[in-house]
Ligand binder design. Structure first.
Ligand code: PLP
Ligand code: CA
Length: 302
């Protein structure tokens, strides 16, 4: 592959990329779909790569769904992808607790949606918060003291469309009144495709709010953290040097690929424009870039 930063994918570099790797890791939003709309040529590209014997794995920072819910979304778009091939930041949060021997008698407070709660329950952890706390309000009277469950040992913050002041205070009191309470962020994306039509504030905005109130930085388990790679490598017999991360965001996907030793391909179907990629202030350079995933099909037929 070319060493020059910002090299466009060509017939030659596409061939050498495909020959040099065993697995493609795909970011989802901006590569496979935009919100709920499939991106053109994705089924054809996936079919071609599978026929070539490549392993396909999907790594998303979206914490709103569990792996099971994601596999349903793939199927609804006509793509056959199993739960085992999907790595979400909601799953990453649950696996982080498991790997760190989080005590089962402790509870997890969730600022986030069902995906996080489902992954935590599947991993055997007791959790609360989430959508249920979405309607809670606080009467800010002069002598009101906010109580929280002292058995909370971790707070997980992900995208939460029901984010509110109650949840912020719950998370803040758990973390600031117990120095051992873990503060975990699923991801820090500034925006996300909550709808296909436009971008919306991402989990990073909610993480920033909680982080500001406790004056602490969270442990980030989604991209660009390499945390998920260990699980991926345990699940499949792969080497990172023979993997290619394909994504649309430089500071999550491409950085994740670089942090874990993968080759990187940026596609321009998502949030990064060619001028942002080529801007002098950008210091995250994928190995190659191309307009869309579908280009692989055309270039490999040349
Ligand atoms: N988080 C949320 C809430 C989103 O809606 C999205 C994209 O839609 C993302 C994160 C980014 O997901 P991905 O890593 O698949 O691009
Ligand atoms: Ca993306």
């Amino acid at each position: 592959l070319p060493n020059l930063p910002c090299a466009p994918l060509t017939a030659d570099s596409a061939r050498s990329l495909v020959d040099s790797i065993d697995a493609f890791l795909f970011d989802c939003d901006g590569v496979i779909w935009k919100g709920d709309k499939l991106i053109e040529g994705v089924p054809e590209t996936m079919e071609m790569l599978r026929k070539m014997g490549k392993k396909l794995v999907f790594v998303t920072n979206n914490s709103r769904k569990s792996r099971r819910q994601y596999s349903k979304k793939f199927r609804s778009l006509g793509l056959e992808v199993t739960e085992e091939e999907i790595f979400t930041s909601s799953f990453a949060a649950a696996m982080f607790l498991k790997l760190n021997n989080f005590p089962p008698e402790k509870k997890v407070y969730v600022v986030g949606e069902d995906g996080i709660l489902e992954e935590l329950k599947l991993a055997g952890f007791e959790c609360f918060g989430g959508p249920e706390d979405g309607k809670k309000t606080i009467a800010l009277e002069a002598d009101f003291y906010f109580e929280h469950d002292k058995s909370v040992g971790a707070v997980i913050v992900g995208l939460d469309q029901y984010f509110n002041y109650y949840k912020m205070q719950y998370a803040r009191t758990c973390i600031s009144e117990n120095p051992n309470c873990l503060f975990i962020a699923t991801n820090r994306d500034p925006t996300g495709h909550m709808t296909s039509a436009q971008e919306w504030p991402g989990a990073g905005t909610m993480v920033a709010a909680v982080s500001c109130s406790v004056q602490k930085e969270p442990i980030v388990v989604g991209k660009p953290s390499g945390f998920l790679m260990d699980f991926l490598l345990k699940s499949f017999n792969l080497e990172t040097s023979r993997m290619c991360m394909v994504g649309d965001r430089l500071d999550t996907d491409i950085l994740f690929g670089q942090n874990t030793g993968c080759k990187t391909l940026l596609v321009l179907t998502g949030c990064t424009t060619l001028s942002e990629l080529q801007d002098a202030s950008n210091n995250i350079h994928p190995n190659v870039y191309t307009n869309s995933l579908y280009d692989l099909v055309g270039l490999l037929q040349k």
